[in-house]
Design a protein around this ligand. Structure first.
Ligand code: OGA
Ligand code: NI
Length: 337
């Protein structure tokens, strides 16, 4: 529990502890806000379905990232999860303690950094994470304090899941896969991660999250109004500008593999701020651990041979954790043909 940065209080306000300081070559450079990451407005879905699908596929090929506006999740819910998520981190240590765990198999888990006991340098992030679907299987494990936690995250997880499945349907159509390709076990797991990046006395020395791709199918990030996320495009870091009530959506490794490399999972990282703490709500749509992952058969042929092997999702996850906290190993490499 003393590993959480949000519990270190005044001891971290004056100087960054040694164990968080990155070697100079891994420290973040200053990156100006970027207006080129595609912004897709879902408003016109009924009139311009084909056009929107093209926008989503193009953004997913070129950036692996896009922002989504008029997506149907209410502004009130978008705001409420950020407020309640922050309230959770503001609770007294005693209240949060019951969720703190170093066991990666615990469902509802508060932890710090990524792989605290194994990593060489720690990252400036705490995270509280739990599955959400089906709701009735998990909601009783969630916090009862803050008082609105279950109600707000319950409604939000249902809405975000609906939106995520809609996006997967549009991607399915755009890739020319058979109807409902992602609707089964590939998308049955829904994980919520409430990330907290406390104020940092010197953000030039640390990272909130190191360069990584997300290991699941699709991510929908509600980043609020505080900047900090950066995306790697053509070897340049681009800062993702916070847009009010938008989702930042990114293609994950499993979607890159299933699309046989047509869609790209882009590397991203997080820099903390010295002015304001940042709390984000991240939703991952994921396959089951034992789901078989492979390039979709209909996308593979003589002129477009499979780029990746077939494997169980759990085998990828096991390799992934050790790879991203290390230096520069691409977790996909082991799964290439
Ligand atoms: C993640 C992630 C970004 C953020 O949790 O995988 O990239 O801004 N989060 O919190
Ligand atoms: Ni990520």
């Amino acid at each position: 529990m003393d590993k959480l940065i949000s519990n270190k209080g005044s001891t971290i306000q004056s100087a960054v502890p040694e164990s968080y300081i990155l070697p100079p070559e891994r420290r973040p450079s200053v990156v100006p806000p970027c207006k080129t990451i595609p912004v897709i407005d879902l408003q016109g879905l009924d009139q311009d379905r084909a056009d929107l699908i093209q926008q989503i596929i193009k953004a997913s090929q070129e950036y692996g990232f896009f922002q989504l506006t008029n997506h149907g999740v209410s502004e009130e819910l978008m705001q409420d999860v950020l407020v309640v998520g922050k309230e959770f981190y503001d609770l007294p240590v005693k209240e949060k303690e019951r969720f703190y765990s170093e066991d990666p198999n615990q469902n509802c888990r508060l932890k710090s950094s990524i792989n605290y006991d194994k990593e060489k340098v720690h990252f400036w992030r705490d995270s509280f994470r739990h599955p959400c679907h089906p709701l009735e299987d998990y909601i009783h494990e969630w916090p009862q304090n803050p008082a609105r936690y279950r109600e707000v995250f319950g409604s939000y997880s249902i809405e975000v899941r609906k939106l995520g499945l809609l996006l997967l349907d549009l991607i399915c159509e755009g890739l020319g896969l058979e109807y409902g390709y992602f609707g089964g076990e590939l998308s049955q797991v829904l994980l919520m991660s409430i990330n907290h990046y406390p104020l940092c006395p010197d953000p030039s020395l640390v990272l909130g999250l190191p360069k990584h791709g997300d290991p699941y199918l699709l991510t929908l990030l509600n980043q609020g109004h505080v900047a900090g996320l950066q995306v790697l495009k053509d070897e340049q870091w681009l800062a993702v500008e916070p847009l009010p009530n938008a989702f930042v959506v990114n293609i994950n490794y499993m979607l890159q593999i299933i699309s046989n490399g047509k869609l790209k999972s882009a590397d991203h990282r997080v820099v903390p701020s010295s002015d304001v703490a940042r709390t984000t709500v991240v939703t991952f749509i994921s396959p089951f651990k034992d789901s078989l992952i492979e390039p979709a058969k209909s996308l593979v042929n003589k002129s477009s041979p499979p780029l990746y092997k077939s494997f169980r999702f759990i085998d990828f996850l096991r390799a992934y954790i050790t790879d991203i906290t290390g230096e520069g190993i691409d977790p996909l490499e082991r799964f290439m043909v």
